[in-house]
Design a protein around this ligand. Structure first.
Ligand code: HEC
Ligand code: HEC
Length: 202
């Protein structure tokens, strides 16, 4: 918890710094968002989702949702509400363009390799018997996402992905209608397998 407190305090003091850098979304991303997401968006800590190469439209949509308190899981509330509230539309669009254009690097954190083939099967084919659609249909054949709203998942931290899959069991991300239905078809083993596979995907 100490780390989180320190980061939150850092976030607060950087709000003041930001007032001086205002108007330039790229500087803002490199100086402020970088504290948690890293400057190129390839965070190594699983606490902080990777933003590099994320779909621009998805980043805009999520930042607007966080700003409007329309994404209300605990971490979103604790880390992102206060930050998103300070961003105007032009800044949100500029920051989204910046992170979307950063090159996603492979995620080299260790995964349990015995999970990968089941994860790949779920991602590419789904599980017809249980009504699970192929994730690739909406998240792209290589997990790169698409412009219709499916976010990039490739290389994302398994811990973050699994945390969000559990958020979809609640109404805390109301825009995620498809995911709220899909999560009902997945059990804990499936979640472990598909998130390990996605983290290893590049
Ligand atoms: C103090 C640490 C911290 C800082 C600084 C920070 N973030 Fe975050 N951010 C987080 C955490 C933690 C999450 C995960 C929230 C959750 O689990 O719902 C997150 C989530 C996000 C998401 C959602 C990602 C997804 O895949 O859905 C976006 C977009 C985002 N942050 C953008 C930004 C931007 C832009 C800035 C700078 C203006 C910023 N963040 C600054 C900690 C931070
Ligand atoms: C019908 C389309 C569709 C299918 C199929 C689908 N997804 Fe999604 N998924 C979405 C959309 C759209 C979002 C963004 C939700 C939002 O607006 O918050 C999303 C979000 C997510 C997120 C959150 C990402 C983040 O950065 O916070 C995860 C994790 C995820 N999906 C995993 C999966 C997995 C695993 C499967 C397959 C078992 C799957 N999805 C199948 C459409 C889909």
């Amino acid at each position: 918890m100490k780390l989180i407190n320190t980061l939150l305090m850092l976030g607060v003091s950087l709000t003041t710094l930001w007032a001086e850098a205002a108007g330039n979304p790229e500087d803002l991303a490199r100086q402020w968002c970088a504290n948690c997401h890293t400057a190129d968006g390839n965070s190594t800590s699983p606490l902080f989702p990777r933003l590099a190469g994320q779909q621009q439209g998805y980043l805009v949509q999520q930042l607007q949702a966080l700003k409007a308190h329309n994404r209300s899981d605990q971490s979103a509330h604790d880390y992102m509400w206060g930050i998103a509230e300070t961003l105007d539309d032009a800044t949100i669009n500029g920051i989204a363009a910046y992170f979307a254009s950063q090159k996603p690097l492979p995620n080299t954190a260790a995964v349990d390799s015995s999970l990968l083939s089941r994860g790949q099967q779920l991602f590419e084919k789904g599980d017809e018997a249980r009504g699970t659609p192929a994730c690739a249909a909406c998240h792209g054949p290589h997990g790169e996402g698409n412009e219709y709203g499916g976010p990039r998942l490739a290389g994302q931290h398994a811990m973050y992905l699994s945390k969000q899959l559990h958020v979809f069991e609640t109404a805390q991300r109301p825009s995620a209608v498809a995911m709220q239905a899909i999560i009902k078809t997945l059990n804990e083993e499936d979640i472990k397998a598909v998130t390990a596979y996605l983290q290893s995907l590049h």
